[in-house]
Design a protein around this ligand. Structure first.
Ligand code: SAM
Ligand code: DTB
Ligand code: SF4
Length: 336
């Protein structure tokens, strides 16, 4: 085993170098999988997966120009802009998610940033969902300190805000906000004691160095995000990335495995893109250390696998789903 990758994966580290992470990526596939599965077993029950259900509470018409996103007003996708959903509809959808077995309910808005005029309505959604006994998560774009504080007070457990890719590749995908803006939002979330959910997208034409760079940006944060969504680009017609070549599927599995090794106590979520994956590829991702998914027939605007299909897959793999309260334990584990 190369010296620079030995014994580095068992500790919570925040000082990963590009060379070390690329060395993990360069391991023989079986060696990488063995190490990732070993780290996974040291920290989690390998047959348990956490499930979150997503709801788009405010769809389309977004001012940002994220190249992958069908909700950007800069692109001509089929998504129609809709106003912020009323509270009763949100709670209805959360009740449904709970009935299907989700432990967390994640509400997403196509906003560049949360506006104070919408803060109380979102806070009501958070407390309503929390009162139903679900873990709460929102993703609303950039967030300021006082807004994070108010959402925490309303009962917010997780805030999702992705770094998306490496700092170097970022400018090829998004021009309307900076990497530093994203880091600032994550700091506001953390400072208010809300769990951080942050990851990125693979398959946007980035290099392996960029994939390593994304994982370094995440793992070298002062605390590892408790939840790390790894999205496979969903190619949506009308977006600039619609006709991109597919990424090698084994490279996607490697990315999950390297994320597991670098952030051994975090939940790694096999996120968008499962609709285009075979059952066998998803099984390999679980073997590589993914232990969370989005569950429910829609992501925000695009399709996710049918719940029946997911249940069958879990049954075939002997996977059980995790009840919400257990995930709170991860918080302490990630703070070092
Ligand atoms: N507007 C907010 C923001 O961007 O911060 C929250 C919602 S946004 C849709 C949440 C995340 O979804 C993005 O950061 C991106 O990582 C992911 N995403 C969006 N479109 C995607 C696509 N076509 N394929 C994969 N992931 C996507
Ligand atoms: C995340 O990392 N992936 C989710 C969630 N966080 C909000 C969103 C995926 C969106 C996929 C494209 C769509 O459905 O619009
Ligand atoms: Fe807007 Fe979020 Fe889509 Fe970017 S990813 S265009 S911020 S909805």
């Amino acid at each position: 085993m190369p010296e620079n990758v030995a014994n580095t994966d068992q500790l919570i580290r925040h000082n990963w170098t590009q060379q070390q992470v690329e060395a993990l990526y360069d391991l023989a596939f079986a060696d990488l999988m063995y190490r990732a599965q070993t780290a996974h077993r040291e920290n989690f029950n390998p047959n348990e997966v956490q499930i979150s259900t997503l709801l788009s509470i405010k769809t389309g018409g977004c001012a940002e120009d994220c190249g992958y996103c069908p909700q950007s007003a800069h692109h001509e996708s089929a998504v129609k802009a809709e106003p912020l959903m009323p509270l009763d509809k949100v709670l209805e959808s959360a009740a449904q998610a709970k009935a299907t077995g989700a432990s967390r309910f994640c509400m997403g808005a196509a906003w560049r940033n949360l506006k104070d005029r919408d803060l109380e309505r979102v806070a009501d959604m958070v407390s309503g969902v929390k009162d139903m006994g679900l873990e709460t998560c929102v993703t609303l774009g950039m967030l300021e300190q006082h807004q994070a504080k108010r959402l925490k007070q309303a009962g917010l457990d997780y805030y999702n805000h992705n770094l998306d890719t490496s700092p170097e590749f970022y400018g090829d995908i998004i021009s309307t906000r900076t990497y530093q803006d994203r880091l600032d939002t994550l700091a506001h979330v953390r400072a208010n004691d809300i769990h951080v959910c942050s990851g990125g997208i693979v398959g946007m034409g980035e290099s392996r160095q960029d994939r390593a760079g994304l994982l370094i940006s995440l793992a070298n944060l002062p605390s590892h995000p408790e939840s790390v969504p790894i999205n496979l680009l969903v190619k949506v017609e009308g977006t600039p990335l619609a006709n991109h070549d597919n990424i090698d599927q084994l490279e996607f599995v490697r990315t999950i495995a390297v994320a597991r090794l670098m952030m051994p106590k975090s939940y790694v979520r096999l996120s968008a893109g499962r609709e285009s994956m075979s059952d066998e590829l998803q099984a390999m991702c679980f073997l590589a250390g993914a232990n969370s998914i989005f569950y429910g027939e829609k992501l925000l605007t695009t399709d996710n696998p049918d719940t029946d299909h997911d249940q069958q897959l879990f049954e075939r793999l002997g996977i059980t789903t995790l009840a919400g309260q257990h995930t709170a334990d991860v918080k302490e584990a990630c703070h070092h």
